[in-house]
Design a protein around this ligand. Sequence first.
Ligand code: TYM
Length: 335
Amino acid sequence: METQEKKRIYSAMQPSGMITLGNFLGALNNWNQMQEEYDCIFCVANMHAITVRQDPAELRKRCRDLITQFIAVGLDPEKNIIYYQSHVPAHAQLGWILDCYTYMGELSRMTQFKDKSAKHADNINAGLFTYPSLMAADILLYQTDLVPVGEDQRQHLEITRDIGERFNGLYGETFRIPEAYIGKVGARVMALQDPTKKMSKSDENKNNTIAILDDPAVIMNKVKRAVTDSENEVRFAEEKPGISNLLSIYSGVTGKTIAEAEKEFAGVGYGAFKNAVGEAVVAKLEPIQKNFKDLQNNKDYLDAIIKEGAQKAERIANRTLDKVQKKIGFPLTIR
Ligand code: TYM
């Protein structure tokens, strides 16, 4: 197995909508904080995105915007590998191989598959079903130690480990078996208008989500309209999903603990609390939005990052793919 000094982190995001505060607090913000300590690879998962219908021009734009947001948030393209999934054919190649080591029964148990097939009943395609084995390929190709994700991806991490262990059991040590890294705060940001379901970038009701590129006035307005409860106590509790969600958001963007936030807002009404949450979100996002605008004007710089990212990712991915192909009896690829 390849030796590395630092532990490797791998994670990805689908270009299936504007990045939300959920994606930011559950994933991107953690990636940003981990980049010094780990050897990191971050991917725009556009192959996963076509498991639901996408408008081609829109998809292309979203991919570009997503990679730009990765950098705008602070991911350093000099230190990390940042790339498009579809630029590295090894994902599709290992994805197919792993399909042959993944059982229908396992895939049928995936809650994301159940949710998405209910939502897109007219398009329950085979890719939607085998999504987890492609995701396993993403992670296993890079001999990953840790995968920083939100709570909703835990099940996909478990199946990745099962598939990797199954393959290792059959053919000897081939893949490093990854662990999920799920942060304590912000691992499950909820929809603002319905705090019993998760905030999702593909939600049609835009009042449910805050996009990290939303205008400050829009953000303030969405937070003000967030559903709460009929009490007037700012307290984190299961029976208060709206207030708890806003407390988590506040804690996520300020770095304060929930207990500190509860103390800060003791005796404060919901209106003033929401105002403070909105302002804290805006303050966190404003510099990111400025970076985004600056980067958008820097076409050559972005193109170079995308090209270099693909080349670097491909070198690592192909090493694992060659090893796998050899083990299962495919003739050596002539490169
Ligand atoms: P995606 O694109 O749905 O979400 C990207 C990341 O954001 C997290 N997330 C959330 N965290 C907290 N609260 C929320 N409401 C919320 N919504 C989303 C997700 O957990 C994720 O970390 N299958 C993946 C993409 C993927 C991937 C991979 C991830 C493809 N290959 C390999 C890790 C490793 C997905 O659909 O994420």
